[in-house]
Structure formats: C-alpha cells, structure tokens
Design a protein. Structure first.
Length: 167
C-alpha cells in the first residue's frame, strides 16, 4: 500500500498495520468511486501512540468529517481515536489470524457508554460499508452526493431484480 492524501481530505482512513490494507482498500475504493477527498495511512495505537493522539487531536481542525479506522486483534485504534476527537469514528474489524476477527469485532463494538464508535461488519463488507456510511453523512449537506448515493442504491436494486436462480 502507499499513503494517499487528497489536497483537502474530508475522510481519513487509518489502519493499525499495512497488513490491514487488503481489507481497508475496499473503503478507499468506495471513497474513490464517489470522488470523496480522503487520506489513507497506517496509524498504530500500540506501536505509535503519540502519532495516533496527534492524528485524532488535529482531525477536526484539518477538516476531517469522519475517520474510518480498521484494526485487528485487540483492536483499540478506533476507540482510542474516538477518545481524543469528536469527529465521528467508524470502526472496521479486520480479520485476525487465530480468531477470524471476532476478537477485533468485540474489541471495537463494546465501547463503554459515552464514547461511541460506529462499528461495521468484519472484513471487506465492513470496510466498504464504513465508507458508504461516511458518504451518507457527507450527503446530508450535499445534494449532488445524495443523488450519487441514490443512483448507487438504484443500481443494486436493478441487479437484485434481475437475479435468476439456477435450475
Ligand atoms: C493490529 O494488529 C493491526 O491492526 C493488525 O490487524 C494486527 C496485526 O498487525 P501486523 O502484525 O500484521 O503488523 O495492530
């Protein structure tokens, strides 16, 4: 993976390791499909805690409207980012080697009351849906983006309507 950054990113995509990229690239691909200015990079909660704090503390002032954070195992990255910023954090559980991401899911979803992390499905679907949720948030104040999102939904409806089961 390579670090990515649009000139004025509104969505930040971070992950605990470059090994998370196989999953997290699906969030970035969705943001690209909708033409959303974004940035993507590795921020590890336990290997680079100072940089994680700096990222969260500067997020709002830099114009980020949401942060999509993916991590695996004892996945504290989304929760710790959320602890340090009021920018909405969307957590993506990355599949882990031994527990298939159920550990990641529980680590991210079980936030104590007061500091929310919106938590998505384990893996690729979660990464793509986190991006779609971020896009939906932006679309609340952007009619053009809202129309694009409606069109995206309509395409899925058409595909489902045309589905034929094997004989
Ligand atoms: C977490 O540990 C990362 O989010 C990753 O999912 C997991 C394993 O990291 P690596 O050992 O592959 O760097 O911090």
């Amino acid at each position: 993976m390579t670090n990515e950054a649009s000139s004025q990113p509104v969505i930040g995509v971070v992950m605990g390791s470059s090994s998370d990229w196989d999953v997290m690239q699906h969030a970035v691909a969705m943001l690209k499909e909708f033409g959303i200015a974004h940035e993507a990079q590795v921020i590890s909660a336990h290997r680079m805690p100072d940089q994680m704090f700096a990222y969260a503390e500067s997020a709002r002032a830099r114009g980020l409207r949401a942060i999509i954070a993916g991590a695996g195992g004892a996945a504290h990255l989304p929760g710790m980012l959320a602890a340090k910023t009021i920018v909405p954090v969307l957590g993506v559980p990355v599949p882990s080697k031994y527990l298939r991401g159920e550990d990641s899911l529980l680590s991210i979803v079980q936030m104590p009351k007061g500091i929310p992390v919106s938590t998505f499905a384990i893996g690729e679907a979660g990464a793509a849906n986190a991006a779609l949720a971020a896009i939906a948030m932006l679309a609340t104040t952007d009619d053009k983006l809202a129309a694009s999102l409606q069109e995206f939904r309509a395409k899925q409806t058409k595909i489902a309507l045309e589905m034929i089961l094997p004989k």
